[in-house]
Ligand binder design. Structure first.
Ligand code: FES
Ligand SMILES: [Fe+2]
Length: 361
């Protein structure tokens, strides 16, 4: 089983999900309370009240200005998680504080750090700049997945499954038929998988959004930043259109940036954030609606399959033999990197857990 990689940034939410109200979401097994202060800053702290563990995201817990009031007996906390008042006595116990988490907003996401605090600052958050760029129009969503996050990583790094699981949407025969090239940068924890199809059928997902009627050149360039961020740079052009220019511009093609944030919720469930950003038909609401509906359908096809797969994997003894082939090269590289990252953080995870207990109990 893949254990959590703690010392990395994870997407907890879209920025638009968090307002001046209490919002609970579990990340890597840790229930976290998010809210925006009156000044607009996102805060993140442990979700369970230190007193009798009432979930602070649940009614009748509430915000009173920039303070969280527990709905059970009224323990009240500031934006740093420190308890500022308790009922029936003046003295607030020194240990009455909720663990707080480093949190950042970047590229339309709220990122949270659950590992060792002093390592957060020095660890860069990977970028997905298309999501709030005026040069792109984005549709997006999040689906709960009742499967361990490693199964989604496998799924996204091997797009040959599009031909079978997503036929009639994004899959055509050429995807599974075309070999991939894989590159793993172990130091930076990035896996790249590329598949360039020179002459392929145009699946409905791209035919209806771009208006291309004939066959296409279709490039899929994956960049997976372990553990959380997955980027699929998708380039679609009519066959015979010129290739990208030396300066990087590419006026003959349509570009779609497919972004997934893969955030473990528990050992057996995952937050599956997905976004589709395009550089064409920017103001066309019909194209937005079509891509949003179509992509959600595709994501749900994966969710159904992976939820079933989780049941199988969970019922089999660890280490049950699988059979891997060339298409799995990217997924296997990702597993190696994730295993290394999880081991690197393992000793410190225990330490952090113990410290967390001391603080919150
Ligand atoms: S459980 Fe929160 S105040 Fe008692
Ligand atoms: Fe899929």
């Amino acid at each position: 089983m893949t254990s959590f990689v703690r010392n990395q940034w994870y997407v907890a939410a879209y920025g638009s999900e968090i307002g001046h109200e209490l919002f609970g979401r579990t990340v890597c097994g840790e229930p976290i309370l998010f809210w925006r202060t009156e000044a607009g800053e996102v805060t993140a702290m442990a979700e369970h009240c230190v007193h009798r563990r009432f979930p602070l995201s649940r009614s009748p817990s509430r915000l009173d200005g920039d303070r969280v009031v527990c709905g059970y007996h009224g323990f009240t906390y500031g934006p740093d998680g420190v308890c500022v008042s308790v009922p029936g006595q003046r003295r607030v116990p020194r240990t009455a504080r909720l663990a707080s988490y480093p949190v950042r907003e970047q590229d339309a996401f709220v990122w949270v750090w659950i590992g060792e605090r002093d390592r957060a600052e020095g660890t860069p958050i990977p970028r997905a700049p298309w999501l709030d760029s005026p040069e792109y129009t984005t549709v997006r969503g999040m689906e709960p997945l009742a499967a361990r996050y490693g199964l989604l990583v496998d799924n996204l790094l091997d797009l040959s499954h599009e031909t079978y699981l997503h036929g009639g949407y994004i899959g055509t025969p050429e995807v599974a038929e075309t070999p991939i090239t894989t590159e793993a940068d172990e130091t930076s924890g990035i896996v790249r998988v590329s598949r360039h199809m020179d002459d392929a059928a145009c699946p409905p997902f791209y035919a209806r959004s771009t208006g291309i009627e004939g066959r296409i050149t279709r490039w899929q360039d994956i960049e997976y930043h372990a553990p959380c961020l997955y980027l699929l740079h998708s380039r679609i052009a009519p066959v015979g259109a010129p290739e990208p220019r030396a300066d990087g511009t590419d006026p003959g093609a349509f570009h779609v940036e497919v972004v997934y944030a893969i955030t473990p919720e528990t050992e057996h469930s995952t937050h599956d954030f997905w976004a589709v950003a395009r550089d064409f038909a920017l103001d066309d609401q019909q194209v937005s609606t079509f891509l949003a509906d179509n992509n959600r359908t595709v994501v749900l096809q994966d969710v159904v399959a992976l939820d079933q797969l989780e049941q199988v994997v969970a019922s089999e003894p660890p280490g049950t033999q699988e059979l891997s082939i060339n298409i799995d090269t990217g997924g296997l590289a990702a597993r190696r990197i994730l295993a290394r990252l999880a081991t690197e953080g393992a000793g410190s995870a225990e330490g952090a857990g113990a410290a967390g207990t001391a603080v919150t109990r």
